[in-house]
Design a protein around this ligand. Structure first.
Ligand SMILES: [Zn+2]
Length: 158
């Protein structure tokens, strides 16, 4: 499982689905599962940003912790338009002159998995990757009623 370290409060904003973009000075060819690690260092400037305040930043939220994996997302693409000064549709969280890592389907962890982190994109140890996967399975949302009577019957008889 690949991991990206992000400073708070942006790790929180990604985990809670407010920010669907992570701004980086570099691109990656990695696509798919990406764990979000909250670094030890907090970005104090971003705490005061209108975007973070409008998202109702909550420092008591478990995914607002530092020094641990707080969420798993899907990296669906990297937009390079802003690097060459072009416009794009990446939204309010996207910054000029940065690669926009497009993050989909955020799954916040019920509690952070402690890990000191590392620079760039790095590989989570198999033991911690198992722990993250187990947590997500436990926290999975049960089937919704709108999935039809067959899904409900299957859920009841399972
Ligand atoms: Zn973009």
């Amino acid at each position: 499982m690949q991991v990206l370290s992000v400073r708070q409060p942006l790790a929180w904003a990604i985990a809670r689905g407010h920010a669907a973009v992570e701004n980086r000075g570099w691109a990656t060819s990695h696509r798919g599962v990406l764990a979000i690690h909250a670094s030890m260092r907090v970005d104090l400037e971003s705490v005061a940003s209108p975007l973070v305040r409008a998202a109702h930043w909550d420092p008591d939220d478990p995914v607002a912790a530092i020094g641990g994996i707080v969420a798993v997302v899907r990296l669906s693409g990297v937009c390079a338009a802003a690097v060459s000064g072009q416009e794009c549709d990446c939204g309010a969280w996207a910054r000029p002159a940065a690669y926009h890592w497009q993050l989909a389907a955020p799954q916040p962890l019920p509690r952070p998995v402690a890990e000191p982190g590392g620079p760039g994109l790095w590989e989570l140890s198999p033991a911690l990757a198992d722990e993250v996967t187990r947590m997500l399975a436990t926290a999975a949302v049960p089937p919704q009623p709108d999935q039809g009577p067959d899904a409900t019957r299957q859920a009841l008889s399972a």
